[in-house]
Design a protein around this ligand. Structure first.
Ligand code: 13P
Length: 335
């Protein structure tokens, strides 16, 4: 498959991405919430359960994995990445190495991982990964984000994207403006616009093929502690406006992160945007928490809960596919 074919396949027909690339510490936090110990085997069992869910088929075009998971086999010995392929989705891999504070810029971080990236990508390509992900994090606060932080993060994102394409894999570029804080939706718009402008300038500078790239942005929302939360319609219109002004039309897909939104709200926002329309790219999802939260809660680490947990994941995958087509309705959530 060419880069263009991979990128268009992942977001075809309303399909989206299941982000299951939580690092072991993050997975530990998720498991703590249901009282399950984060062992290698439990992480395997949980992800095997997700990937075998009926609702993967037809709704999920790609799954982002963590290094441990792309190497893991299911309890019956089948590689987890083979299960993903059988469900009609492509396996992808998170390749950044996390956040590092920027010296003299309090409250800001840069994502690291360019050292040795080419070798790591070669190994993942051999294992069958078809796409990759790198997440940059932009914080909003007093006087931040700084231009220096945005520049450093977008430069690394673009270098990573070039390297992924040279190794035959589609880069998912994720410039996440965090929801955390008391800021207004205007502040989120401004930080998102500055980040996207800088990102596409850097992608052009490093001659990244935009047609073989997927953007994973945040939606433009009020800060999670802002006193008034913007309505669904306002989030939808401000997000579309920001993207249309700053994202080239030849990009095949935009797949949002959920960033701490509740699962139904993340679906409602995506649906509202697709009902409004007026953009050239597929507008889809690459949710972690908003796809997994209900499934994780239902599971509790117990074998007897596997079917209800899979049913929860299947339901969310289906709801988000409908939202990607602008065909979701709140009534469909009543089951
Ligand atoms: P959330 O949807 O939980 O924000 O996770 C998506 C993701 O992959 C963050 O990098």
């Amino acid at each position: 498959m060419t880069l263009e074919e991979i990128a268009t396949f992942i977001v075809a027909d309303g399909k989206g991405i299941l982000a299951a690339d939580e690092s072991n510490p993050t997975c530990g936090k998720r498991f703590d919430s249901i009282g399950v110990e984060s062992t290698e085997e439990n992480r395997r069992d949980y992800r095997e359960m997700l990937f075998r869910s009926k609702g993967m088929k037809g709704n999920i075009g790609g799954v982002i994995l963590f290094d441990e998971t792309i190497r893991q086999s299911a309890a019956d010995g089948t590689l987890l990445r083979e299960i993903i392929l059988k469900q009609g989705a492509l396996p992808g891999i998170k390749v950044d190495k996390g956040l590092q504070p920027i010296e003299n810029f309090p409250g800001e971080t840069v994502t690291v991982g360019l050292d040795g990236l080419d070798e790591r990508l070669k190994e993942y390509a051999e294992m069958g990964a078809k796409f990759t992900k790198w997440r940059a994090v932009i914080n909003i606060g007093d006087g931040i984000p700084s231009d220096e932080c945005i520049h450093a993060n977008m430069d690394s994102l673009a270098q990573y994207a070039k390297c992924a394409q040279e190794n035959g894999m589609v880069p998912i570029v994720e410039p996440e403006v965090l929801m955390d804080g008391e800021h207004s939706i205007d502040a989120c718009y401004d930080a998102s616009e500055r980040s996207l402008k800088s990102l596409f300038e850097h992608l052009e500078k490093y001659q990244v093929n935009i047609k073989g790239t997927i953007l994973k942005p945040n939606m433009v929302t009020s800060g999670s502690n802002h006193n008034i939360q913007a309505s669904i319609n306002e989030v939808a219109t401000r997000t579309i406006d920001c993207l249309v002004k700053n994202v080239p039309s030849e990009l095949p897909g935009v797949a949002f992160l959920s960033g701490g939104q509740s699962d139904v709200l993340a679906t409602a926002h995506l649906d509202a945007m697709n009902k409004i329309g007026g953009f050239s790219w597929k507008l889809s999802f690459s949710y972690g928490r908003a796809l997994q939260a209900a499934a994780l809660k239902a599971w509790e680490g117990k074998v007897e809960n596997i079917f209800i947990s899979q049913d929860e994941l299947s339901h969310r995958a289906e709801m988000n596919k409908l939202a990607s087509l602008g065909e979701w309705d709140e009534k469909l959530e009543d089951r």
